[in-house]
Write a protein that binds this ligand. Structure first.
Ligand code: ZN
Length: 311
């Protein structure tokens, strides 16, 4: 066959079989900003996609150190899934620009903001000033810590994968349905574990847990950070200790990437306990997927409530 007729043949094949977006054969190349999103995408995509997260679960997702390898990964991506709500605003936008990949620019078909259908808490009303600290104007971005939002993320991922890869749409739909079912079953179990302690008072380091608290019945009475993103100050710590003593609060939840010095001194003063509680998949070696994240955190919490007699 001469090259010309070969070209014509290939052209004809494209015309008849071309999907909405032309891409190389093989699994879709999906990049996520966090391991939580990677885990959910893996559940929905199965072997039809290849997934990799840029950040690790033991890193503060607000402040991820950008590596040159990230740009290369983004350059080759068919789809980028981000947490959104400005969680990654400190590190992701320049990487997307540098990737020179038109497909994954915000607004393009290969960019998915996973927060779009999620239930978002703490959307500020009124004017936001710098004095309020690192407040997120579009609401709290740690929304994946409610399994109901995990389902909503899964649905958004399914719709996006089906749009990019119509040939496998029924596989994505089936896997998404299965994920929802398994999450509902697991959630029943997690709610049964936490139900006896509904309303238990806790303190957390950063505002990572409003969705988790809402779902599992925790009452967060204060934060180690005086304002989101601002390190602890002596005067705020003294106030917090007094408030914890007044309300008999025994549990201090700390994300693994924060210094334990202040939390430990708070626990000493109040007779409480510090829980290093990972907010993400990969935050501990055994937390290898989105289900194990809740398994781990809820067991840690319930054991601590029992041990301290917290109410
Ligand atoms: Zn935050």
């Amino acid at each position: 066959m001469n090259p010309r007729s070969l070209a014509a043949l290939i052209g004809a094949a494209f015309l008849t079989a071309a999907p909405a977006t032309l891409r190389a054969a093989g699994p879709l190349n999906v990049i996520t900003t966090t391991e939580d999103l990677a885990s959910i995408a893996r559940e929905v995509g199965g072997d039809k996609i290849k997934v990799e997260s840029l950040s690790r679960g033991y890193q503060d997702p607000h402040f991820v150190e950008a590596k040159p390898s990230f740009v290369i990964k983004l350059n080759k991506a068919d789809l980028l899934i981000a947490v959104g709500r400005e969680l990654e605003i400190g590190w992701l936008p320049p990487l997307i620009t540098q990737s020179r990949n038109a497909k994954i620019q915000p607004g393009a078909e290969g960019y998915l903001d996973a927060s779009l259908n999620a239930k978002i808490l703490e959307i500020p009303t009124g004017q936001i000033t710098r004095a309020m600290g690192d407040v997120h104007p579009s609401g709290n971005p740690h929304y994946w810590l409610d399994p109901e939002n995990g389902k909503r993320i899964g649905k958004a991922v399914e719709e996006k994968l089906s749009q990019l890869d119509r040939a496998n749409a029924s596989s994505y739909a089936q896997r998404e349905e299965d994920l929802e079912k398994r999450l509902s079953e697991a959630e029943k179990r997690w709610l049964a574990m936490t139900a006896p302690y509904k309303g238990v008072k806790v303190v957390t380091y950063h505002r990572s847990w409003p969705n988790f608290a809402d779902r599992f019945g925790l009452d967060i009475i204060g934060y180690v950070e005086p304002k989101p993103g601002i390190p602890p100050s002596p005067s705020h710590t003294i106030d917090l200790i007094q408030e914890m003593k007044r309300q008999n609060v025994k549990i201090v939840m700390v994300e693994p990437y924060f210094d334990l010095k202040t939390p430990n001194s708070i626990a000493r003063e109040t007779g409480g306990r510090v829980l290093v509680m990972p907010p993400s998949v990969g935050g501990e070696k055994e937390i290898t997927d989105y289900f194990k994240l809740f398994d781990y955190d809820i067991k840690l919490l319930v054991d601590a409530i029992k041990a301290t007699g917290a109410r």
